[in-house]
Design a protein around this ligand. Structure first.
Ligand code: AMP
Ligand code: MN
Ligand code: MN
Length: 327
């Protein structure tokens, strides 16, 4: 169904519902947390009973946003009996963790901007032309008649700012800047969001970064760069996976690199693979082959197994797609 119709269907469905569960994705990022909170705050402003939930630990650097403490765990949210579930920023059911097991019992709306979305809701507003899901929430809130205050504007901006790499990726188009300007005029503070996420590092993260750099390898005449961190690396520096958040972008920033891969063993035997590309290579194609998804310039997958073997496998698959598509 055309996106415009689906948008209006979803507005109608929300207006008819009283109890709404808003769910984000596992390994939540700034766009996801922003989208969950902005939609939940908007729905509360128009009188809905709302529970917000994410089945994953929220990185501690988001705790400066006090509203983050209202996001419930799966255990805390599972007994809420909603009229409607709205899932934001997630492309497939496995991305919502254990919530995937209860979806069949409820009416489910999916609001997402991933080109790899599999349309797993009863209603799916999916539009990959948006740089951030938070831009879709801004439009939905406005259509629902939500009045924006400074807090809502600030939290809504966080998703737009983080998913565009602080307004520097190719998805930072005119509409992104217009939406950001609108939210700034309503009281959002882009400087505080950037400081909270980019200038809040502990010293150990630099030691972890140096380990990642030690393990860095270049291939395909310097167009492919990759590195990884094992559980032992994280433990050695008293860090966890949230401390390697920006590492894949550091790898992509190398001159001549088109494709960057960073593999993180976030738990023993469980590896998250982050892909980034600079100009032309569609990393979401590789992520999909590996069971994940994402966008053309930023994608990911989660794989179980031995870290060194998975590094080899991921590099092999990426090289075969890259060599097939090289311009
Ligand atoms: P990340 O590398 O985790 O920052 O993710 C980059 C992009 O890929 C984000 O838009 C994610 O939502 C998406 N992504 C990451 N991991 C997965 C996955 N396992 N399945 C589908 N999409 C993913
Ligand atoms: Mn996300
Ligand atoms: Mn997003």
């Amino acid at each position: 169904m055309a996106a415009a119709n689906e948008f209006l269907n979803i507005v109608g469905l929300i207006n008819e519902s009283n109890k709404i569960l808003v769910v984000g994705h596992i390994m939540p990022d700034g766009d996801d947390i922003s989208s969950v909170l902005s939609l939940s705050m908007g729905l509360q402003k128009i009188g809905k009973e709302v529970v917000s939930a994410i089945d994953w630990k929220i990185p501690s650097y988001f705790n400066e946003i006090q509203e983050v403490s209202s996001i419930k765990t799966f255990e805390e949210a599972k007994d809420f009996n909603p009229d409607l579930i709205i899932i934001v920023d997630a492309s497939s059911p496995d991305r919502v963790g254990r919530f995937s097991e209860i979806l069949s019992k409820f009416k489910v709306v999916v609001i997402d901007h991933h080109g790899t979305n599999v349309f797993f809701g009863n209603y799916n507003w999916v539009d990959s032309s948006f740089g951030a899901a938070a831009q879709m929430i801004l439009r939905l809130n406005k259509e629902l008649g939500v009045k924006y205050d400074e807090r809502l504007a600030h939290i809504n901006l966080m998703g737009i700012e983080t998913d565009t790499g602080f307004f520097k990726y190719s998805n930072a188009d005119e509409r992104v800047f217009r939406d950001a300007a609108e939210l700034i005029s309503l009281g959002a503070r882009p400087d505080l969001i950037a400081r909270m996420i980019l200038e809040n590092k502990k010293l150990e993260q630099f030691l972890l970064l140096s380990r990642m750099i030690e393990k860095l390898k270049l291939d395909c005449e310097g167009t492919l760069a990759y590195s990884y961190l094992s559980q032992e690396d994280y433990k050695e520096f008293n860090c966890s996976e949230e401390d390697s958040g920006g590492f894949v972008s550091e790898i992509r920033s190398i001159k001549g690199v088109e494709v960057a891969i960073f593999l993180s063993e976030f738990e023993k035997g469980e590896i998250h693979v982050s892909f980034r590309s600079k100009e032309w290579f569609d990393v979401s194609k590789v992520a999909v082959i590996l069971g994940g998804g994402g966008h053309p310039r930023a994608a990911g997958a989660t794989i179980k197994g031995n870290i060194e073997e998975i590094v080899e496998e991921v590099v092999r698959v990426t090289k075969s797609v890259l060599e097939g598509e090289r311009k």
